[in-house]
Design a protein around this ligand. Sequence first.
Ligand SMILES: NC(=O)c1ccc[n+]([C@@H]2O[C@H](COP(=O)([O-])OP(=O)(O)OC[C@H]3O[C@@H](n4cnc5c(N)ncnc54)[C@H](O)[C@@H]3O)[C@@H](O)[C@H]2O)c1
Length: 440
Amino acid sequence: MNDRDNRRSFLKTTTLAAAGTTLAGGLNIARAAHAEGKETLKAALIGCGSRGAGAAVNVLRANPAVRLTAIADAFDDAFEPRLKAMWTYRKDLVDRIDVPDERRFVGLDAYKKAIDSGVDLVLLCTPPGFRPAQFEAAVEAGKHVFMEKPLATDAPGVRRVMAANEKAKAKKLAVAVGHHLRHEAAHREVIKRIHDGAIGDLTLLRVYFNSIGVWVRPRTPDQTEMQYQVRNWYYFTWLGGDHIVEQHVHDLDVGNWIAGGHPVEAQGMGGRQVRVGKEVGEIFDHHAVEFTYPDGLKMFSQCRHMPGCWNSFSQHAHGTKGRADIQAQKQATLYVDGEKPVTWQRGADGHQVEMNELTAAILNGRPYNEADWAAESTMTAILGRMATYSGKIVAWDEAINSHLDLSPKGKELTWELEPPVKPGPDGCYACAIPGATKAF
Ligand SMILES: NC(=O)c1ccc[n+]([C@@H]2O[C@H](COP(=O)([O-])OP(=O)(O)OC[C@H]3O[C@@H](n4cnc5c(N)ncnc54)[C@H](O)[C@@H]3O)[C@@H](O)[C@H]2O)c1
């Protein structure tokens, strides 16, 4: 058996295991609630932003046993709009939302209070720079976890998540990660066939997250620098990881899923050309990376935040007997040489399916853990950023062992603490300079 055959046979097993989970999800709900002797599964939402609100709806819809009993956010103005929207538009869920004032926690340490509020499951939907500490705290307290991708913004953070995940497994806690594409029918169908050999041996992967970019939250006069940066987390690498980590991690994860593991090295280039100015922090607006897997397979990756350009959220696999094109959140098509192409539609939204599968596993007492491969995908994206920021070839081993810790120095995170990056005299933040910046 060669490397690729090994990879295929390993993946066949894991894909079938995942498919088994799907079939079980959604069934046996009433029985399951009784199986553990519990009528309810109490959840806390930590990070009440746009994804947090979506995750709360998804977890409530996933299973009638679920109650939302606590919410936490760094800022006290986060609750009102989210709760109002739920009350107005999600009338079917209102009966299972029980968050009185005493279970609405505010501040940088609010997550600890939500974790300790008597819940079974926590939803970590805060910026990824906070994920390692919040995941560690949830595991320490013995809670099941749903956490959004990416899992960290630097290598020390990834290592913390991996270590905490070992404890989660030992404690038999369920851990889900918001890689919704892993839970969508189009991805599952086409990738299963790739692993079964439908397009022969893989020769090339290509992945794209090219879009117009995201929000800007203007500075207000009353803010400390820390408050400004946490509000605008997307534009600060220590908080968001840069968009290659925050967003493109979805595509890189699909690449790893198809390839059956993580790359061994990367080299690339990037910069900021269109998105410049004091409102947009320190991150790049484009990255292009060539990743190399252990058997020499290459994955070409692009992510761009520029209006008026070609946009694509897609993943593509080329093989010796055909190719697969996946338009994420739309459809996947398999082209096998000499055969009629076959297309699969997206199917149910993966954001919902991932919660169906997680809650079914918890209520049935089944093991469920997505954090090992998700940590590898986060690290793959960080490896890509290390390559574009440094302009060098970066090996996986030096990347994952890097001691470059982007988090603020200080015992407790407070609004008065100095963030790790500060604006210059012109109000702008310095960005990485390839060839000069120490990026790993
Ligand atoms: N899987 C997906 O499709 C998907 C889509 C969007 C976002 N996301 C991920 O979800 C996470 C949140 O993204 P978003 O778009 O909801 O951002 P957002 O800015 O809308 O929400 C983040 C919320 O977290 C709060 N917050 C910040 N720091 C906090 C802290 N230390 N403790 C408690 N609360 C804190 C903010 O005040 C805000 O309300 C990110 O990791 C992002 O990558 C995933």
